[in-house]
Design a protein around this ligand. Sequence first.
Ligand SMILES: *[C@@H]1O[C@H](CO)[C@@H](O)[C@H](O)[C@H]1NC(C)=O
Ligand SMILES: *[C@@H]1O[C@H](CO)[C@@H](O)[C@H](O)[C@H]1NC(C)=O
Ligand SMILES: *[C@@H]1O[C@H](CO)[C@@H](O)[C@H](O)[C@H]1NC(C)=O
Length: 485
Amino acid sequence: MAEATGDIGLIGLAVMGQNLILNMDDHGYTVVAYNRTVSKVDDFLAQEAKGTKVQGAHSIEELCKKLKAPRKVMLLVKAGQAVDDFIEQLLPHLEKGDLIIDGGNSHYPDTNRRCKYLQDKGFLFVGTGVSGGEEGARYGPSLMPGGTPEAWPLIKDIFQAVAAKTEEGEPCCDWVGEGGSGHYVKMVHNGIEYGDMQILAEAYDIMKNLLKMSYDDMAATFTEWNKSELDSFLVEITALVLAFKDEDGSPLVEKIRDAAGQKGTGKWTAISALDLGIPVTLVSEAVFARCLSALKDERVAASKILRGPENVQFSGDKKAFLDDIKQAIYAAKIISYAQGFMELRAAGDESKWNLNFGGIALMWRGGCIIRSAFLRDINNAFKTKPDLKNLLLDPFFTKAIHRALPHYRRVASQAMLLGVPVPALTSALSFYDGYRSARVPANLLQAQRDFFGAHTYELEGKTGTWVHTNWTGRGGRVASSTYNA
Ligand SMILES: *[C@@H]1O[C@H](CO)[C@@H](O)[C@H](O)[C@H]1NC(C)=O
Ligand SMILES: *[C@@H]1O[C@H](CO)[C@@H](O)[C@H](O)[C@H]1NC(C)=O
Ligand SMILES: *[C@@H]1O[C@H](CO)[C@@H](O)[C@H](O)[C@H]1NC(C)=O
């Protein structure tokens, strides 16, 4: 048996796996590749990996034998049962202290479970978010690893070497925290991605249906915005999509059926927010907007019956309004990211993950789908104040949102008046107005609850004392310890 020379093993030779292997090879690491369909391994070595140091393995046993101890094996296989199956197949060939890394799109509760299961047996486990698609995997993904803390020193160099870099050369990869936190952060990343996409889609709807702009003008506008504080991957590709012509010379996007698909990460982000009691309204509305879009046949039928404003046309200064839209996008994004970080904070507190918020912003700055200039400012905010309670309270963002608000309100109200659906833009604005209010109308809710269900309430200035009022008679208030709020 030849001496083991492999730095890391990788299972799963779909495009993501192949590209990550080639990326690691570029950075001088010796990767051992394995795929369940063994002929894939030979094909890969003979083609894509020809001329590299990549080694192949025809069995799990051979894969493990070719790795230097402590062994590191990364799985890039379909989320779900396949991950558990490979873990079971690997275990007989690994020793205590060896590390299994799941780089797939696993749901974080599974990662929590696997992490505990393997730690109890003396192995190390990491669940890592990988974002950036096939291109990212090849030339620099955003990597979000979390799991057994002792695993980080084993993978830090290789992960940071292959990850995307910021303009300043910082790697978009840092340790996220314990357990399933890496996959949780990836999930919230995807949720925020749903939100960003929905915001841009609403802006497009307003530009197209209120301002009656041409596709070329819309594409030019997004290209312009890409040079501003909105500079981001999603704004960039939106410009390219709007400019794209079909073979007959007309805009391709106009021909695409308006029913959005989804794979679940946005929904998971919203469900987790509900479980935690955190108002992540923009992402949730973005998920619901996709659900509504998918009811295509129902909408087509309803469109023949249900009426809105007639002859919709914007009558003000179009150029000024276009700038309003830009400011509205920016403000809604600030609120969405503030909500995302609120969710991360709550999840981290609940699971005792010890999350590194500045690091998370840094991981999202490059390589991933939500990468943007904007995340540099978020990274700065957490660098200045690691325990920042809310992004909206960072002086830079407080100022930015104050500046954008009058524009944002004009866009939201015009869209409402003229009947353009803008659920993400408006729900985020309402969240903002609630969050900035020392007093919201929940006093009335509490009174109603006490009226019909004797749920009791607290009086201002007397928190901790629960009282009940006999609302119908003249019984007055009774302080109570027997009622359960
Ligand atoms: C094997 O490779 C194919 C790509 O050819 C990929 O679709 C599949 O997920 C891989 N499976 C495993 C488990 O290695
Ligand atoms: C968007 O801006 C980036 C630089 O931040 C640039 O690399 C890219 O080419 C721009 N894209 C478009 C479509 O203008
Ligand atoms: C409320 O007050 C009225 C009038 O005093 C009395 O008849 C009634 O029993 C009280 N109801 C309760 C639930 O205390």
